[in-house]
Design a protein around this ligand. Structure first.
Ligand code: WQD
Length: 330
């Protein structure tokens, strides 16, 4: 049985679908802070199977233990966590408590019930402001905000756990920039409020919910002066988790993988790809740089290709098409 924490969230729900499609037994835990229980209905509609769902918070130790008491959990895929960079700067303690204490509670429950396999949703943000591209799993690590710090602290806790108990199998997946949606248009990215991230903001402009996109700076040392990132289709990212699960079933130790495409696209290139894929004009203005942003981030993907047999297959226009097809219908 696989426990997916944060399984009604954007990446968690897409991963749940792919695991069910591989005939895995999954359970979803989510506190619904940043998602809706209707996602369970959508997963059932897409796959024909309704996963068991617990509306539980990782800070509720009794509620968490109940899940391990009632189910034989062999592996945890841990997505649950707050992830708004700006909010983490304003409320660091909220992020430390929710993300780090929540993870400690989860690991204690796993230890108590002898569950020793975990795949952790980490992020390219742990590479900090490293400038040498492409980023490999051995690139220097750093912290640029409290959210990123929680990811790095959790990675370090998992490394210590793997060193202390060689029965643990731990996989850290460092995501680059996930966008897109499942082709059913039933699940996708729908953050509450004004989006921090580029694609949900573009979708709101496309739908007329926001007047224009603010492009944060066009004076970076990049192809057109705007920020370059490694966008990866969330369907590819979900498949990356299935590949990691297939590896964790028969391995021990700790393994780290970048999940990206190895290609970088600038903000203006994303805008023109979105306009071309969806035949929609996106209004934008050039605004000042955003604090904490770096010019260019993209992944070296060789390790995941060799060790996980993982390679992203969707291109930027398909990502733009699928993001919009989901968002236009909600
Ligand atoms: C992408 C590019 C912006 C919004 C963050 C987190 C990272 C991960 C992914 C969770 C940059 C530009 C954006 C806008 C813009 N999240 N931009 N106008 O910052 O690369 O990564 O999200 O794991 O941890 O750090 O993603 O989508 O915010 O920005 O010009 O309104 O788009 O400057 O160049 P980012 P993003």
């Amino acid at each position: 049985m696989i426990l997916i924490t944060g399984g009604t969230g954007y990446i968690g729900s897409h991963t749940a679908v792919k695991l069910i499609e591989q005939n895995e037994d999954i359970i979803i835990l989510d506190n619904l802070y940043n998602s809706k229980s209707e996602v369970i209905d959508s997963i059932e509609t897409i796959t024909g199977k309704r996963p068991k769902f617990y509306q539980t918070d990782l800070l509720d130790i009794n509620g968490l233990e109940q899940i391990f008491k009632e189910n034989k959990i062999d592996c945890v895929i841990h997505f649950a966590g707050l992830k708004a960079v700006g909010e983490s700067v304003a409320q660091p303690l909220k992020y430390f408590n929710n993300n780090i204490t929540g993870t400690i509670n989860l690991l204690m429950a796993m230890q108590k019930y002898n569950c020793k396999k975990i795949i952790f949703s980490s992020s390219a943000t742990v590479y900090g402001t490293t400038q040498i591209m492409p980023l490999t799993e051995n690139s220097p690590l750093g912290v640029t905000n409290p959210y990123g710090r929680t990811k790095l602290v959790i990675e370090d806790m998992l490394k210590d756990l793997a060193n202390a108990d060689n029965e643990f199998c731990i996989i850290l997946l460092r995501y680059f920039n996930p966008i897109g949606a499942n082709q059913s248009n039933l699940i996708g990215e729908n953050p509450n409020g004004i989006p921090n991230n580029l694609m949900p903001y573009i979708c709101k402009v496309a739908k007329g919910e926001l007047p224009e996109l603010n492009v944060f700076g066009n004076d970076y040392d990049t192809v057109d002066g705007t920020g370059v990132r490694d966008y990866i289709h969330v369907e590819d990212l979900a498949i990356g988790h299935v590949k990691a699960y297939n590896k964790i079933k028969s391995n021990n130790g700790l393994h780290i993988y970048n999940l990206g495409t190895g290609n970088g696209y600038s903000v203006l290139q994303v805008i023109s790809s979105f306009e071309k894929a969806n035949n929609i004009k996106i209004n934008y203005n050039i605004a000042p740089r955003r604090t904490g942003d770096v010019a260019t981030v993209y992944a070296d993907t060789k390790k995941a290709e060799v060790e996980l047999d993982f390679k992203a297959k969707y291109g930027i226009e398909e990502m733009c098409r699928d993001s919009w097809n989901f968002y236009r219908n909600i």
